[in-house]
Write a new protein. Structure first.
Length: 113
């Protein structure tokens, strides 16, 4: 059974940083392309970042140069380092195994200006 557990979301001030974690079980993070999506209130879920099984990364233009996706294979965990946070980054952030379409429950990030 595949489970994805996000953590690390909290309320921060604009300009601050957070690191989100996605602990995976039942699946190996290094053998799958995985990503982060987010959904702000009243908006559709949108792509944030992904890392392929080969280690290639891709980012939405809105977060490029501020967010960094990574993974720790030994901990079977994927991360999203978020710097220079803006109020428009406020959303629920979801971890996803892309090809298999497994999703976590999400973690709330709130950025106040």
């Amino acid at each position: 059974q595949v489970q994805l557990e996000e953590s690390g979301g909290e309320s921060v001030q604009a300009g601050g940083s957070l690191r989100l974690s996605c602990l995976a079980s039942g699946i190996s993070v290094d053998r799958n392309s995985m990503g982060w999506y987010r959904q702000a209130p009243g908006k559709q879920r949108e792509f944030v970042a992904l890392v392929t099984s080969a280690g290639a990364t891709n980012y939405a233009d809105t977060v490029k140069d501020r967010f960094t996706i990574s993974r720790d294979n030994a901990k079977n965990t994927m991360y999203l380092q978020m710097n220079e946070l803006k109020s428009e980054d406020t959303a629920v952030y979801y971890c996803v195994v892309l090809r298999l379409n497994y999703w976590g429950q999400g973690t709330q990030v709130t950025v106040s200006s």
